[in-house]
Design a protein around this ligand. Structure first.
Ligand code: AMP
Length: 547
């Protein structure tokens, strides 16, 4: 299928072909013709990176009426970064339709500039919910003629506490508007919004519900908790050209991991909520333009980041909920690009992998932690490949005769091995005696298993004891316990009176609130049963063997 087949205007086709879009992505194939030819609302289950901005953006531009001067389409997004990104994309798609005005308004920026922009009414407004309400209350935006309302990354908007703002905005727009909701996951709050505010929406999803992008490979590495950082370093060293995010669960963990990485010489930095907006912007920009290779981030802080082409996502610790995993791993494996998601887990945490697999309908493969020597080999080959492709610097020419003269006694092999040693000695030294981390975790797993087996055996033997399976004994119970003021002395007194035979030895006695359990010699059990049932002291009390 081509974009032309989808029924878009020629001017739009021209803009997107300039952007290098050749074929529509799956979500575009489904959403675009639906928006152009049908009436009903749409719930789209898709993550960023699937091309969903163009899926709703191209039809909004196609349907915009340049001569009608009111806000025709409103796009709500959770963060200012996403707003800017959407508006930028929409402007690119409409670059051949100059008379369509697209404006973005969002929090965290001087409102006066945005007020000024709104002096000239846009056809398409992209906004964060809070700022939009502010502008609406100042009488600066009129939503009464909105034809299309898009809720983008709806699950993130709810996570950020925008539910009230969204419902406020929804009720300021006309009933007969068309509503499109996009979300990477479908928690029940989203389903509720869809039910309450949308008219029999059709559900379009790229892949299964909550399914992570198809071209992401999911791995986990097993480690001891105390080796997490060491394992992270191995992963990073094994992938020298990595461009990725290391997700942590807390701000402190993020700071610690980033700091250690920086001290250890990695091109890394931290993104978390303790930074000012300006600091966050600076880190995000550095990462965006790839001056930063590794970003260590909390889930919340990474929400504002619109980076599309990560090679790796590393989960320093797995998130508590499966939806967050979907979001994290969805940041890699974008259109036509494969990605890798690696979770660092302890044997105990391995259980969560199973439930994530169920949610995303993909299986994880276990990845061995690369050995020190494997890392060295990989780094060496990376360096050699870089050497092969590096552009020769003309400015060096004039120094070369001196260099040749200096090295004339050495043959090619000697020169290569010395140059490599020069660059490579530090890493080789570091990894020379590095332990095999897989063996260490296997040892721990074995120890855990041994420990668990011991505990299980102890539990079993306690249970056996309670059941009275000791030689010659049977476990019996009566339906009188602590709440009937039963205690061992009263119990023994009662049994002795009923049996009238003090030579019979009674074993362990356990009294719970309703029952008394006791071990009793099997050979005398029938006798006890018989006299018990007819004895006046036992009237109303039931005696039974414990199964
Ligand atoms: P999105 O999911 O909207 O964040 O889009 C992810 C990236 O894919 C953006 O940089 C888009 O410009 C790009 N993109 C969207 N649609 C296509 C397409 N059909 N072909 C190639 N790239 C696309």
């Amino acid at each position: 299928m081509t974009f032309k087949d989808l029924g878009l205007k020629d001017s739009i086709l021209e803009s997107i072909s300039k952007l290098g879009f050749e074929t529509p992505s799956p979500i575009q194939e489904q959403v675009i013709p639906y928006l152009l030819n049908n009436e009903s609302d749409i719930v789209g289950l898709a993550q960023t990176g699937t091309g969903k901005t163009a899926a709703f953006g191209l039809p909004l531009i196609h349907l915009a009426e340049p001569t009608e001067k009111y806000i025709q389409s409103l796009v709500l997004a959770p963060t200012r970064e996403l707003c800017v990104q959407i508006a930028t994309e929409l402007k690119r798609y409409s670059s051949m339709l100059k008379d369509i005005r697209i404006v973005a308004v969002y929090g965290g920026e001087d409102i006066r500039k945005q007020l000024k922009e709104l002096d000239h009414t846009p056809h398409i407004l992209v906004a964060t919910p809070g700022r939009l309400i502010d502008l609406k209350e100042r009488g600066k935006v009129n939503l009464s003629q909105i034809k299309h309302l898009v809720l983008d990354e709806a699950d993130e908007m709810l996570n950020m506490g925008f539910l009230d703002d969204i419902t406020n905005i929804l009720s300021s727009t006309p009933e007969d508007r068309r509503t499109l909701l996009f979300s990477a996951t479908m928690p029940k709050e989203i389903a509720n919004i869809a039910k309450r505010y949308m008219k029999s929406p059709i559900e379009i999803s790229v892949g299964q519900r909550g399914e992570a992008a198809k071209n992401v490979e999911h791995y986990y590495v097993l480690t001891k908790n105390t080796h997490r950082y060491e394992v992270l370093k191995r992963i990073l060293d094994y992938n020298p050209d990595i461009y990725g995010i290391v997700f942590c669960r807390t701000r402190q963990e993020t700071k610690d991991v980033a700091e250690k990485l920086m001290i250890d010489g990695y091109n890394a930095d931290a993104l978390h909520g303790d930074l000012s907006q300006a600091q966050r912007d600076a880190v995000m920009n550095k990462f965006r333009i790839k001056h930063l290779q590794i970003l260590v981030a909390t889930d919340v802080a990474a929400r504002g980041l619109d980076v599309n082409d990560l090679s790796h996502v590393v989960h320093f610790v797995l998130p508590d909920d499966k939806e967050t995993y979907t979001h994290r791993s969805g940041r890699t494996g974008r259109i036509n690009k494969s990605g890798v998601s690696i979770a660092i887990v302890t044997p105990r945490e391995k259980m969560s992998i199973k439930s994530i697999e169920k949610e995303i309908k993909r299986t994880f493969s276990q990845m061995e932690i690369p050995s020190g020597m494997a890392v060295c080999q990989r780094q060496l080959m990376y360096m050699v490949e870089k050497m092969q492709t590096v552009e020769k610097n003309e400015k060096l020419h004039k120094f070369l005769p001196d260099v040749y003269e200096q090295l004339k006694e050495m043959d090619k092999e000697e020169v290569i091995s010395r140059f490599i040693s020069l660059a490579f000695n530090p890493i080789l030294e570091y990894y020379q005696n590095a332990p095999d981390l897989n063996v260490l975790v296997r040892k721990e797993i074995k120890e855990n298993r041994r420990e668990a087996k011991k505990l299980e055996e102890e539990k079993l033997s306690r249970r056996e004891m309670r059941k009275g399976n000791r030689k010659g004994m049977i476990r019996l119970k009566i339906n009188r316990g602590k709440k009937d003021k039963m205690d061992p002395r009263r119990f023994l007194g009662m049994i002795n009176e009923i049996l009238n035979d003090r030579s019979i030895e009674i074993g362990n006695i356990d009294i719970t609130s309703k029952f008394t359990f006791f071990d009793f010699p099997k050979v005398h059990a029938d006798k006890l049963m018989k006299v018990f049932n007819s004895h006046p002291r036992a009237r109303g009390i039931q005696l039974n063997p414990v199964k």
